[in-house]
Ligand binder design. Structure first.
Ligand SMILES: C[S@@+](CC[C@H](N)C(=O)[O-])C[C@H]1O[C@@H](n2cnc3c(N)ncnc32)[C@H](O)[C@@H]1O
Length: 269
């Protein structure tokens, strides 16, 4: 048996990017799950093991597993969509991405930083609430982030706040990380407030989190930011973020605009 076939029989496969990763199996296609309850099983040395999609720490621990699951299998294209939208708006405004100093919130293992590097930005700093994300970003995309904060934006220390402010960010990106028990409105507002006036804001969010019946707080916050002139929304696009495990499309909205004023944190209480 060739060594490839032998590794396959042990539960490993070679991903599109040439990495050896565990075999992944999805639940039955007729099983409907909310996005924050989705899971798959992966085959490790000790047999099949359930993995919840929101166990990001577990996902990031195996190189290539996050990309294989969300990007190859479930066809996520959010970082590319948000990047293209930002690129288009900057072009329209006659501005060059080379001037961008970006704060990438909910950075994970660096999918958005890769897009930003392709755009030719000046620099990007990442932040994520879990240590595994920072470790995976350095392992998988070394050197892309000028700095990476493992931090809770709702509870920054004075030192973290000062350090973050010293980067004088003129852009914020936040991709596939708002709502669903992930980044709350308050953390988003804190990150937004770290961006200089007229800086670029580019993010995505599940489309129904922008509707009237939204319970996450994002719909009310973003609407108020727009209505009261804090955020000038330049473009909003509804698109397929990825498919669910049963193959149904999941629609998100990508928004790009400019910060005009900071958000009073009391608005998120
Ligand atoms: C689906 S991943 C997206 C990662 C990356 N932006 C991408 O597009 O691949 C969501 C990320 O948000 C992070 N996250 C969740 N809650 C957070 C919080 N309160 N503050 C910062 N990051 C958070 C998770 O740890 C995870 O890495």
């Amino acid at each position: 048996m060739s060594s490839d076939a032998q590794r396959q029989s042990q539960g490993y496969q070679i991903s599109d990017s040439g990495q050896e990763i565990p075999c992944i199996a999805l639940p039955e296609p007729n099983l409907h799950m909310e996005q924050d309850a989705e899971w798959c099983v992966i085959r490790g040395e000790d047999g099949w093991q359930e993995l919840r999609f929101h166990d990001y720490g577990q996902l990031y621990m195996t190189p290539g597993l996050y990309e294989r699951l969300f990007y190859d299998i479930l066809k996520c294209n959010s970082p590319t969509t948000v990047r293209k939208l930002l690129e288009g708006q900057m072009k329209k405004a006659g501005e060059s991405p080379e001037t961008l100093r970006v704060f990438d919130l909910g950075a994970g293992n660096g999918m958005m930083a890769e897009e930003l590097a392709d755009l030719g930005i000046e620099m990007v700093v990442g932040a994520d609430i879990i240590e595994e994300a920072a470790l995976a970003a350095e392992r998988d995309r070394p050197g892309l982030y000028a700095d990476y904060f493992v931090a809770d934006l709702t509870n920054l220390s004075l030192l973290e706040r000062r350090k973050l402010a010293s980067f004088r960010f003129n852009a914020l990106t936040c991709v596939a990380a708002l709502g669903f028990g992930d980044i709350p409105p308050r953390a988003f507002a804190e990150a937004y407030n770290l961006v200089e006036t007229n800086g670029w804001i580019a993010f995505n969010i599940r489309d129904n989190f922008l509707e009237d019946e939204d319970q996450t707080g994002f719909a009310a916050l973003i609407r108020r930011m727009i209505d009261e002139g804090l955020f000038s929304l330049e473009v909003q696009k509804r698109y397929q973020h990825r498919v669910a495990t049963n193959g149904e499309p999941l629609y998100y909205a990508a928004l790009v605009g400019r910060k005009r004023k900071s958000v009073p944190i009391t608005w998120t209480e």
